[in-house]
Design a protein around this ligand. Structure first.
Ligand code: NAD
Length: 479
Protein backbone atom coordinates (compact mmCIF):
# COMPACT_ATOMS: atom_id res chain seq x y z
CA UNK A 1 0.00 0.00 0.00
CA UNK A 2 1.54 3.38 -0.96
CA UNK A 3 2.69 5.42 2.06
CA UNK A 4 0.91 8.79 2.10
CA UNK A 5 3.39 10.21 4.60
CA UNK A 6 5.94 10.34 1.76
CA UNK A 7 5.18 9.55 -1.89
CA UNK A 8 8.28 8.63 -3.88
CA UNK A 9 9.38 8.77 -7.52
CA UNK A 10 9.05 5.65 -9.70
CA UNK A 11 12.00 5.36 -12.08
CA UNK A 12 13.08 2.31 -14.06
CA UNK A 13 10.77 0.01 -12.12
CA UNK A 14 11.80 1.06 -8.59
CA UNK A 15 10.57 3.53 -6.01
CA UNK A 16 13.10 6.06 -4.80
CA UNK A 17 13.40 9.31 -2.89
CA UNK A 18 14.06 12.36 -5.03
CA UNK A 19 17.49 13.92 -5.05
CA UNK A 20 16.04 17.38 -5.74
CA UNK A 21 15.29 19.99 -3.11
CA UNK A 22 13.33 19.24 0.08
CA UNK A 23 10.12 17.21 -0.30
CA UNK A 24 6.89 19.12 -1.00
CA UNK A 25 4.26 19.21 1.76
CA UNK A 26 0.81 17.73 1.08
CA UNK A 27 -2.04 19.83 2.44
CA UNK A 28 -5.53 18.54 3.22
CA UNK A 29 -7.94 21.11 1.70
CA UNK A 30 -10.61 20.15 4.25
CA UNK A 31 -8.46 21.37 7.16
CA UNK A 32 -5.57 23.31 5.53
CA UNK A 33 -3.22 21.05 7.53
CA UNK A 34 -0.20 19.14 6.29
CA UNK A 35 -0.54 15.35 6.32
CA UNK A 36 2.32 14.06 4.15
CA UNK A 37 4.88 14.94 1.52
CA UNK A 38 6.00 14.12 -1.98
CA UNK A 39 9.52 13.62 -3.36
CA UNK A 40 11.18 16.18 -5.64
CA UNK A 41 13.08 15.05 -8.75
CA UNK A 42 16.47 16.53 -9.62
CA UNK A 43 17.90 16.82 -13.14
CA UNK A 44 19.79 13.61 -12.38
CA UNK A 45 16.52 11.77 -11.51
CA UNK A 46 14.96 13.06 -14.75
CA UNK A 47 17.94 11.86 -16.78
CA UNK A 48 17.51 8.44 -15.18
CA UNK A 49 13.82 8.50 -16.17
CA UNK A 50 14.73 9.50 -19.75
CA UNK A 51 17.37 6.76 -19.97
CA UNK A 52 14.97 4.18 -18.54
CA UNK A 53 12.26 5.16 -21.00
CA UNK A 54 14.74 5.10 -23.88
CA UNK A 55 16.09 1.64 -22.94
CA UNK A 56 12.61 0.18 -22.55
CA UNK A 57 11.28 1.63 -25.81
CA UNK A 58 12.50 -1.16 -28.10
CA UNK A 59 11.19 -3.89 -25.81
CA UNK A 60 7.80 -2.27 -25.27
CA UNK A 61 7.27 -1.22 -28.90
CA UNK A 62 8.01 -4.79 -29.96
CA UNK A 63 5.84 -6.44 -27.33
CA UNK A 64 2.86 -7.86 -29.27
CA UNK A 65 -0.08 -5.48 -28.98
CA UNK A 66 -2.35 -8.10 -27.39
CA UNK A 67 0.26 -8.60 -24.62
CA UNK A 68 0.43 -4.86 -24.02
CA UNK A 69 -3.35 -4.89 -23.80
CA UNK A 70 -3.34 -7.83 -21.39
CA UNK A 71 -0.99 -5.95 -19.03
CA UNK A 72 -3.34 -2.96 -19.04
CA UNK A 73 -6.35 -5.17 -18.33
CA UNK A 74 -4.49 -6.84 -15.43
CA UNK A 75 -3.51 -3.39 -14.11
CA UNK A 76 -7.18 -2.33 -14.33
CA UNK A 77 -8.11 -5.34 -12.17
CA UNK A 78 -5.46 -4.49 -9.56
CA UNK A 79 -6.57 -0.87 -9.49
CA UNK A 80 -10.19 -1.96 -9.10
CA UNK A 81 -9.26 -4.00 -6.01
CA UNK A 82 -7.60 -0.91 -4.53
CA UNK A 83 -10.38 1.59 -5.21
CA UNK A 84 -11.24 2.13 -1.54
CA UNK A 85 -7.78 3.15 -0.27
CA UNK A 86 -6.93 4.96 -3.53
CA UNK A 87 -10.15 7.00 -3.38
CA UNK A 88 -9.60 7.82 0.30
CA UNK A 89 -6.09 9.10 -0.51
CA UNK A 90 -7.36 11.16 -3.45
CA UNK A 91 -10.20 12.65 -1.39
CA UNK A 92 -7.82 13.61 1.41
CA UNK A 93 -5.42 15.45 -0.89
CA UNK A 94 -7.91 16.94 -3.41
CA UNK A 95 -11.01 17.66 -1.31
CA UNK A 96 -13.56 15.87 -3.52
CA UNK A 97 -16.04 13.67 -1.67
CA UNK A 98 -15.25 10.01 -1.16
CA UNK A 99 -18.12 9.07 -3.49
CA UNK A 100 -16.74 11.38 -6.22
CA UNK A 101 -13.25 9.94 -5.76
CA UNK A 102 -14.56 6.36 -6.06
CA UNK A 103 -16.50 7.30 -9.18
CA UNK A 104 -13.40 8.86 -10.66
CA UNK A 105 -11.30 5.75 -9.99
CA UNK A 106 -14.02 3.57 -11.53
CA UNK A 107 -13.70 5.66 -14.73
CA UNK A 108 -9.91 5.31 -14.59
CA UNK A 109 -10.31 1.52 -14.36
CA UNK A 110 -12.68 1.59 -17.37
CA UNK A 111 -10.09 3.63 -19.29
CA UNK A 112 -7.36 1.05 -18.69
CA UNK A 113 -9.79 -1.73 -19.63
CA UNK A 114 -11.07 -0.09 -22.81
CA UNK A 115 -7.58 0.66 -24.08
CA UNK A 116 -6.38 -2.82 -23.12
CA UNK A 117 -9.29 -4.48 -24.92
CA UNK A 118 -8.66 -2.50 -28.13
CA UNK A 119 -4.87 -2.78 -28.11
CA UNK A 120 -4.62 -5.29 -30.91
CA UNK A 121 -7.04 -3.69 -33.37
CA UNK A 122 -5.53 -0.22 -32.81
CA UNK A 123 -2.04 -1.45 -33.67
CA UNK A 124 -3.10 -3.55 -36.67
CA UNK A 125 -2.11 -2.44 -40.18
CA UNK A 126 -4.97 -0.87 -42.15
CA UNK A 127 -5.23 -1.58 -45.90
CA UNK A 128 -6.18 1.21 -48.26
CA UNK A 129 -6.25 -1.27 -51.12
CA UNK A 130 -4.31 -4.47 -51.88
CA UNK A 131 -1.08 -2.60 -52.64
CA UNK A 132 -1.16 0.12 -49.99
CA UNK A 133 -1.20 -0.29 -46.23
CA UNK A 134 -0.90 2.02 -43.24
CA UNK A 135 1.17 0.78 -40.32
CA UNK A 136 0.62 2.40 -36.93
CA UNK A 137 3.88 2.70 -35.04
CA UNK A 138 4.55 4.01 -31.53
CA UNK A 139 5.54 7.68 -31.78
CA UNK A 140 8.25 7.48 -29.09
CA UNK A 141 8.70 8.57 -25.49
CA UNK A 142 5.74 10.54 -24.09
CA UNK A 143 6.14 13.32 -21.53
CA UNK A 144 2.76 13.60 -19.80
CA UNK A 145 1.65 16.33 -17.37
CA UNK A 146 -1.57 16.02 -15.40
CA UNK A 147 -3.33 18.47 -13.06
CA UNK A 148 -4.85 18.11 -9.60
CA UNK A 149 -8.59 18.22 -10.36
CA UNK A 150 -9.13 14.72 -11.84
CA UNK A 151 -5.76 13.03 -11.39
CA UNK A 152 -7.03 9.44 -11.62
CA UNK A 153 -9.00 9.85 -14.86
CA UNK A 154 -6.49 12.18 -16.49
CA UNK A 155 -3.46 10.01 -15.67
CA UNK A 156 -5.36 7.01 -17.03
CA UNK A 157 -6.38 8.75 -20.27
CA UNK A 158 -2.79 9.68 -21.05
CA UNK A 159 -1.00 6.58 -19.76
CA UNK A 160 -3.36 3.88 -21.05
CA UNK A 161 -3.50 5.31 -24.59
CA UNK A 162 0.28 5.87 -24.78
CA UNK A 163 1.05 2.39 -23.43
CA UNK A 164 -1.36 0.68 -25.80
CA UNK A 165 0.29 2.53 -28.66
CA UNK A 166 3.65 1.08 -27.54
CA UNK A 167 5.14 4.28 -26.08
CA UNK A 168 7.07 4.59 -22.81
CA UNK A 169 5.74 7.36 -20.57
CA UNK A 170 7.32 9.80 -18.15
CA UNK A 171 4.40 11.16 -16.15
CA UNK A 172 4.71 14.30 -14.07
CA UNK A 173 1.58 14.18 -12.02
CA UNK A 174 0.41 17.15 -9.94
CA UNK A 175 2.41 17.55 -6.74
CA UNK A 176 -0.78 18.42 -4.84
CA UNK A 177 -2.41 15.10 -5.76
CA UNK A 178 0.32 12.48 -6.17
CA UNK A 179 -1.46 9.34 -4.94
CA UNK A 180 -3.43 8.42 -8.10
CA UNK A 181 -0.21 8.23 -10.13
CA UNK A 182 1.43 6.19 -7.39
CA UNK A 183 -1.44 3.66 -7.28
CA UNK A 184 -1.38 3.41 -11.09
CA UNK A 185 2.37 2.93 -11.40
CA UNK A 186 2.14 0.26 -8.68
CA UNK A 187 -0.72 -1.52 -10.46
CA UNK A 188 1.09 -1.49 -13.83
CA UNK A 189 4.29 -2.77 -12.22
CA UNK A 190 2.42 -5.58 -10.46
CA UNK A 191 0.62 -6.40 -13.73
CA UNK A 192 3.99 -7.10 -15.41
CA UNK A 193 4.87 -3.83 -17.16
CA UNK A 194 8.59 -3.96 -18.01
CA UNK A 195 10.84 -1.63 -15.97
CA UNK A 196 11.28 1.83 -17.46
CA UNK A 197 8.08 1.84 -19.54
CA UNK A 198 6.29 4.03 -16.97
CA UNK A 199 8.19 6.53 -14.87
CA UNK A 200 6.48 8.82 -12.38
CA UNK A 201 8.09 12.07 -11.25
CA UNK A 202 7.17 15.09 -9.13
CA UNK A 203 8.94 18.33 -8.32
CA UNK A 204 9.27 21.77 -9.83
CA UNK A 205 6.87 21.76 -12.85
CA UNK A 206 8.71 24.33 -15.05
CA UNK A 207 12.08 22.68 -14.34
CA UNK A 208 10.72 19.21 -15.15
CA UNK A 209 8.95 20.21 -18.35
CA UNK A 210 11.99 22.17 -19.54
CA UNK A 211 14.30 19.23 -18.83
CA UNK A 212 12.11 16.60 -20.47
CA UNK A 213 11.23 18.65 -23.56
CA UNK A 214 14.90 19.52 -24.06
CA UNK A 215 15.48 15.83 -24.80
CA UNK A 216 14.93 15.04 -28.49
CA UNK A 217 14.07 11.46 -27.47
CA UNK A 218 10.76 12.75 -26.12
CA UNK A 219 8.43 12.70 -29.13
CA UNK A 220 5.02 13.59 -27.69
CA UNK A 221 3.96 16.15 -25.10
CA UNK A 222 0.56 15.51 -23.55
CA UNK A 223 -0.57 18.25 -21.15
CA UNK A 224 -3.80 18.97 -19.29
CA UNK A 225 -3.93 22.25 -17.40
CA UNK A 226 -4.29 25.97 -17.94
CA UNK A 227 -4.10 27.70 -21.32
CA UNK A 228 -1.09 29.92 -20.43
CA UNK A 229 1.00 26.91 -19.32
CA UNK A 230 -0.14 24.89 -22.35
CA UNK A 231 1.08 27.65 -24.65
CA UNK A 232 4.47 27.84 -22.91
CA UNK A 233 4.93 24.09 -23.27
CA UNK A 234 3.84 24.08 -26.92
CA UNK A 235 6.44 26.80 -27.63
CA UNK A 236 9.14 24.73 -25.94
CA UNK A 237 8.03 21.58 -27.78
CA UNK A 238 8.35 23.43 -31.11
CA UNK A 239 12.15 23.50 -30.71
CA UNK A 240 12.32 19.71 -30.99
CA UNK A 241 9.15 19.44 -33.08
CA UNK A 242 7.51 17.32 -30.43
CA UNK A 243 3.87 16.54 -31.15
CA UNK A 244 1.47 18.17 -28.65
CA UNK A 245 -1.83 17.07 -27.20
CA UNK A 246 -3.14 20.02 -25.21
CA UNK A 247 -6.29 19.75 -23.13
CA UNK A 248 -6.63 23.24 -21.68
CA UNK A 249 -9.26 25.38 -20.02
CA UNK A 250 -12.94 25.79 -20.74
CA UNK A 251 -15.80 28.20 -20.05
CA UNK A 252 -18.73 26.10 -21.10
CA UNK A 253 -22.22 27.41 -21.84
CA UNK A 254 -25.54 25.72 -21.14
CA UNK A 255 -28.41 26.95 -23.31
CA UNK A 256 -31.85 26.26 -21.87
CA UNK A 257 -34.68 26.75 -24.36
CA UNK A 258 -38.30 27.55 -23.46
CA UNK A 259 -39.50 24.01 -24.25
CA UNK A 260 -36.97 22.37 -21.89
CA UNK A 261 -37.95 20.25 -18.92
CA UNK A 262 -36.86 22.86 -16.35
CA UNK A 263 -36.73 20.73 -13.16
CA UNK A 264 -34.73 18.09 -15.04
CA UNK A 265 -32.35 20.72 -16.47
CA UNK A 266 -31.80 22.34 -13.06
CA UNK A 267 -30.98 19.08 -11.34
CA UNK A 268 -28.72 17.83 -14.18
CA UNK A 269 -26.83 21.15 -14.26
CA UNK A 270 -26.34 21.39 -10.50
CA UNK A 271 -25.32 17.72 -10.10
CA UNK A 272 -22.65 18.04 -12.74
CA UNK A 273 -21.54 21.59 -11.99
CA UNK A 274 -20.90 21.21 -8.27
CA UNK A 275 -19.03 17.90 -8.52
CA UNK A 276 -15.41 18.43 -7.45
CA UNK A 277 -16.47 21.91 -6.26
CA UNK A 278 -16.80 23.02 -9.88
CA UNK A 279 -13.12 22.48 -10.63
CA UNK A 280 -13.55 20.66 -13.91
CA UNK A 281 -12.52 21.91 -17.33
CA UNK A 282 -15.83 20.59 -18.75
CA UNK A 283 -18.08 22.01 -16.05
CA UNK A 284 -20.65 24.51 -17.29
CA UNK A 285 -20.00 28.06 -16.13
CA UNK A 286 -22.43 30.26 -18.09
CA UNK A 287 -26.13 29.50 -18.33
CA UNK A 288 -28.30 31.16 -20.95
CA UNK A 289 -32.03 30.75 -20.45
CA UNK A 290 -34.92 31.62 -22.78
CA UNK A 291 -36.64 34.67 -21.30
CA UNK A 292 -40.12 33.10 -20.85
CA UNK A 293 -38.69 30.47 -18.45
CA UNK A 294 -35.82 32.56 -17.05
CA UNK A 295 -37.33 33.52 -13.66
CA UNK A 296 -38.64 30.00 -12.99
CA UNK A 297 -35.27 28.52 -13.89
CA UNK A 298 -33.32 30.94 -11.68
CA UNK A 299 -35.63 30.39 -8.69
CA UNK A 300 -35.26 26.62 -8.92
CA UNK A 301 -31.48 26.75 -9.45
CA UNK A 302 -31.01 29.14 -6.53
CA UNK A 303 -33.08 26.88 -4.26
CA UNK A 304 -30.98 23.85 -5.23
CA UNK A 305 -27.65 25.71 -4.82
CA UNK A 306 -28.60 27.01 -1.36
CA UNK A 307 -29.45 23.47 -0.25
CA UNK A 308 -26.24 21.78 -1.33
CA UNK A 309 -24.61 20.34 1.76
CA UNK A 310 -21.02 21.56 1.79
CA UNK A 311 -18.75 19.78 4.21
CA UNK A 312 -15.90 17.41 4.91
CA UNK A 313 -15.25 15.09 1.97
CA UNK A 314 -15.15 12.02 4.22
CA UNK A 315 -18.65 12.68 5.62
CA UNK A 316 -21.04 10.50 3.54
CA UNK A 317 -23.79 13.15 3.76
CA UNK A 318 -21.58 15.82 2.14
CA UNK A 319 -22.61 16.84 -1.38
CA UNK A 320 -19.74 19.24 -2.12
CA UNK A 321 -16.28 19.31 -0.54
CA UNK A 322 -13.76 22.15 -0.29
CA UNK A 323 -11.85 23.67 -3.18
CA UNK A 324 -8.48 22.05 -3.82
CA UNK A 325 -6.15 24.86 -2.79
CA UNK A 326 -6.03 28.49 -1.62
CA UNK A 327 -5.34 29.67 -5.21
CA UNK A 328 -8.91 28.71 -6.12
CA UNK A 329 -10.34 30.65 -3.16
CA UNK A 330 -8.36 33.70 -4.29
CA UNK A 331 -9.71 33.23 -7.84
CA UNK A 332 -13.32 33.09 -6.54
CA UNK A 333 -12.77 36.23 -4.44
CA UNK A 334 -11.32 38.06 -7.43
CA UNK A 335 -13.84 37.01 -10.11
CA UNK A 336 -17.00 37.17 -7.98
CA UNK A 337 -15.79 40.37 -6.26
CA UNK A 338 -15.22 41.97 -9.67
CA UNK A 339 -18.69 41.03 -10.96
CA UNK A 340 -20.39 42.25 -7.77
CA UNK A 341 -18.46 45.53 -7.78
CA UNK A 342 -19.79 46.13 -11.31
CA UNK A 343 -23.39 45.46 -10.24
CA UNK A 344 -23.96 41.68 -10.52
CA UNK A 345 -26.52 40.20 -8.17
CA UNK A 346 -25.57 37.32 -5.86
CA UNK A 347 -28.60 35.00 -5.68
CA UNK A 348 -26.86 32.20 -3.75
CA UNK A 349 -23.50 31.85 -1.97
CA UNK A 350 -20.95 34.40 -3.08
CA UNK A 351 -18.51 33.98 -0.19
CA UNK A 352 -15.96 31.75 1.50
CA UNK A 353 -17.43 29.58 4.25
CA UNK A 354 -16.03 30.56 7.62
CA UNK A 355 -14.35 27.35 8.81
CA UNK A 356 -10.87 25.81 8.48
CA UNK A 357 -10.12 24.55 4.97
CA UNK A 358 -10.83 25.98 1.52
CA UNK A 359 -14.64 26.02 1.43
CA UNK A 360 -16.61 28.22 -0.96
CA UNK A 361 -20.43 28.33 -1.00
CA UNK A 362 -22.17 27.26 -4.26
CA UNK A 363 -22.74 30.59 -6.00
CA UNK A 364 -25.33 31.82 -8.50
CA UNK A 365 -24.88 35.23 -10.12
CA UNK A 366 -27.39 37.11 -12.27
CA UNK A 367 -27.52 40.59 -13.88
CA UNK A 368 -23.83 40.32 -14.77
CA UNK A 369 -22.48 43.39 -16.57
CA UNK A 370 -20.89 42.38 -19.91
CA UNK A 371 -17.42 43.64 -18.99
CA UNK A 372 -17.21 41.39 -15.87
CA UNK A 373 -14.07 39.24 -15.83
CA UNK A 374 -16.07 36.13 -14.93
CA UNK A 375 -17.68 36.12 -18.37
CA UNK A 376 -14.36 35.67 -20.11
CA UNK A 377 -11.92 34.13 -17.57
CA UNK A 378 -12.33 30.45 -16.72
CA UNK A 379 -13.85 30.44 -13.19
CA UNK A 380 -12.89 26.83 -12.32
CA UNK A 381 -14.98 26.82 -9.17
CA UNK A 382 -18.53 26.47 -7.80
CA UNK A 383 -20.00 29.53 -9.50
CA UNK A 384 -22.58 29.84 -12.29
CA UNK A 385 -23.68 32.96 -14.12
CA UNK A 386 -27.24 32.99 -15.47
CA UNK A 387 -28.58 35.37 -18.13
CA UNK A 388 -31.74 35.49 -20.28
CA UNK A 389 -31.86 35.42 -24.10
CA UNK A 390 -34.60 36.32 -26.57
CA UNK A 391 -33.63 34.67 -29.86
CA UNK A 392 -31.68 31.59 -30.86
CA UNK A 393 -29.22 33.81 -32.75
CA UNK A 394 -28.53 35.74 -29.55
CA UNK A 395 -28.05 32.49 -27.61
CA UNK A 396 -25.55 31.20 -30.19
CA UNK A 397 -23.57 34.46 -30.19
CA UNK A 398 -23.43 34.55 -26.38
CA UNK A 399 -22.58 30.85 -26.07
CA UNK A 400 -19.67 31.25 -28.51
CA UNK A 401 -18.51 34.57 -27.04
CA UNK A 402 -15.46 33.31 -25.09
CA UNK A 403 -12.04 32.32 -26.43
CA UNK A 404 -12.61 28.77 -25.15
CA UNK A 405 -14.27 25.89 -26.98
CA UNK A 406 -14.33 22.77 -24.85
CA UNK A 407 -17.85 21.67 -23.91
CA UNK A 408 -21.38 22.98 -24.48
CA UNK A 409 -24.78 21.82 -23.25
CA UNK A 410 -28.31 22.43 -24.44
CA UNK A 411 -31.75 21.62 -23.08
CA UNK A 412 -34.59 21.46 -25.61
CA UNK A 413 -37.05 18.89 -26.95
CA UNK A 414 -36.95 20.36 -30.46
CA UNK A 415 -35.05 18.28 -33.01
CA UNK A 416 -34.66 21.30 -35.25
CA UNK A 417 -33.03 23.31 -32.47
CA UNK A 418 -30.85 20.36 -31.48
CA UNK A 419 -29.65 20.02 -35.09
CA UNK A 420 -29.00 23.73 -35.46
CA UNK A 421 -27.14 24.04 -32.14
CA UNK A 422 -25.01 20.94 -32.83
CA UNK A 423 -23.60 22.78 -35.85
CA UNK A 424 -23.53 26.29 -34.43
CA UNK A 425 -21.79 25.84 -31.07
CA UNK A 426 -18.05 26.23 -30.95
CA UNK A 427 -17.11 23.30 -28.72
CA UNK A 428 -15.26 19.98 -28.76
CA UNK A 429 -18.29 18.24 -27.24
CA UNK A 430 -22.01 18.96 -27.06
CA UNK A 431 -24.41 17.24 -24.64
CA UNK A 432 -28.16 17.41 -25.26
CA UNK A 433 -30.62 17.27 -22.34
CA UNK A 434 -27.99 16.02 -19.94
CA UNK A 435 -24.41 16.79 -18.96
CA UNK A 436 -21.80 14.24 -19.84
CA UNK A 437 -18.11 14.22 -19.08
CA UNK A 438 -15.32 12.30 -20.76
CA UNK A 439 -15.61 8.58 -21.49
CA UNK A 440 -12.98 5.99 -22.30
CA UNK A 441 -14.37 5.08 -25.71
CA UNK A 442 -14.97 8.56 -27.22
CA UNK A 443 -12.57 11.30 -28.28
CA UNK A 444 -12.57 14.75 -26.70
CA UNK A 445 -10.52 17.72 -27.78
CA UNK A 446 -10.83 21.46 -27.49
CA UNK A 447 -11.20 24.27 -29.99
CA UNK A 448 -9.66 27.76 -29.87
CA UNK A 449 -7.88 28.42 -26.53
CA UNK A 450 -9.06 25.07 -25.13
CA UNK A 451 -6.24 23.29 -26.95
CA UNK A 452 -5.80 20.75 -29.73
CA UNK A 453 -5.37 17.03 -30.20
CA UNK A 454 -7.63 14.32 -28.80
CA UNK A 455 -7.84 12.12 -25.75
CA UNK A 456 -10.09 9.08 -25.46
CA UNK A 457 -11.30 6.43 -27.89
CA UNK A 458 -9.49 5.47 -31.09
CA UNK A 459 -8.25 9.04 -31.70
CA UNK A 460 -6.75 9.12 -28.20
CA UNK A 461 -4.49 6.18 -29.10
CA UNK A 462 -3.72 7.61 -32.55
CA UNK A 463 -2.34 10.69 -30.73
CA UNK A 464 0.60 8.50 -29.69
CA UNK A 465 1.13 6.70 -33.00
CA UNK A 466 2.94 7.60 -36.21
CA UNK A 467 1.42 6.42 -39.45
CA UNK A 468 3.67 4.81 -42.03
CA UNK A 469 2.30 4.46 -45.54
CA UNK A 470 3.63 1.35 -47.30
CA UNK A 471 3.27 1.33 -51.11
CA UNK A 472 3.97 -1.85 -53.07
CA UNK A 473 4.18 -2.45 -56.84
CA UNK A 474 2.13 -5.62 -56.50
CA UNK A 475 -0.32 -6.85 -53.85
CA UNK A 476 1.28 -7.35 -50.46
CA UNK A 477 -0.05 -8.51 -47.08
CA UNK A 478 1.53 -6.87 -44.03
CA UNK A 479 -1.01 -7.99 -41.44
P1 NAD B 1 -1.33 26.14 -13.28
O1 NAD B 1 -1.60 26.48 -14.68
O2 NAD B 1 -0.13 26.73 -12.64
O3 NAD B 1 -1.19 24.56 -13.11
C1 NAD B 1 -2.04 23.61 -13.74
C2 NAD B 1 -1.24 22.31 -13.80
O4 NAD B 1 -0.12 22.49 -14.65
C3 NAD B 1 -0.66 21.90 -12.45
O5 NAD B 1 -0.79 20.51 -12.30
C4 NAD B 1 0.81 22.31 -12.53
O6 NAD B 1 1.64 21.44 -11.77
C5 NAD B 1 1.11 22.18 -13.99
N1 NAD B 1 2.12 23.12 -14.45
C6 NAD B 1 2.21 24.44 -14.15
N2 NAD B 1 3.29 24.99 -14.77
C7 NAD B 1 3.89 24.00 -15.45
C8 NAD B 1 5.03 23.92 -16.31
N3 NAD B 1 5.77 24.99 -16.60
N4 NAD B 1 5.35 22.72 -16.82
C9 NAD B 1 4.60 21.63 -16.58
N5 NAD B 1 3.52 21.63 -15.80
C10 NAD B 1 3.15 22.80 -15.26
O7 NAD B 1 -2.56 26.56 -12.42
P2 NAD B 1 -3.29 26.00 -11.16
O8 NAD B 1 -3.38 27.11 -10.14
O9 NAD B 1 -2.81 24.68 -10.67
O10 NAD B 1 -4.71 25.83 -11.81
C11 NAD B 1 -5.35 27.01 -12.24
C12 NAD B 1 -5.89 26.94 -13.61
O11 NAD B 1 -5.46 25.82 -14.34
C13 NAD B 1 -7.38 26.83 -13.56
O12 NAD B 1 -7.96 28.09 -13.51
C14 NAD B 1 -7.71 26.13 -14.82
O13 NAD B 1 -7.85 27.08 -15.83
C15 NAD B 1 -6.50 25.36 -15.17
N6 NAD B 1 -6.66 23.92 -14.99
C16 NAD B 1 -7.23 23.24 -16.00
C17 NAD B 1 -7.42 21.89 -15.87
C18 NAD B 1 -8.06 21.10 -16.96
O14 NAD B 1 -8.57 20.02 -16.69
N7 NAD B 1 -8.04 21.56 -18.20
C19 NAD B 1 -7.02 21.24 -14.72
C20 NAD B 1 -6.42 21.98 -13.69
C21 NAD B 1 -6.23 23.33 -13.86
Amino acid sequence: MPDSSNYKLFINGTWRSGTGTADIALINPASAEQFGSVAVASAHDLDDALNAAQSSFFVWANTPAHERGAILIRAAGILAQNIDPAAAALSQEQGKTLAEAKGEFARAVETFEWNGQHAEELSAPVSIDEKRTIIHEPAGIVAAFTPWNYPAVLNARKMAAALVAGCPVILKAAEETPSAGVYMAEALHEAGLPAGVVNLVFGNPPMISEHLLASPSVRVLSFTGSTPVGKQLAKRAAENLQRCVLELGGHSPVVVFADADIPKAVSAISDYKFECAGQSCNAPSRILVARPVYETFVEKLVAVARNIKVGRPDDPTTEMGPMANPRRIEAMERLIGDAVSRGAEVRAGGARIDQPGFYWAPTILTEIPPESLILTEEPFGPVLTVAPFDTIEEAITEANATDFGLAAYIFTQSHDIQKRMARALSAGALSINYLKGVSADAPLGGLKQSGYGYEGGVEGVRSFQSLKLVNAASPVRLA
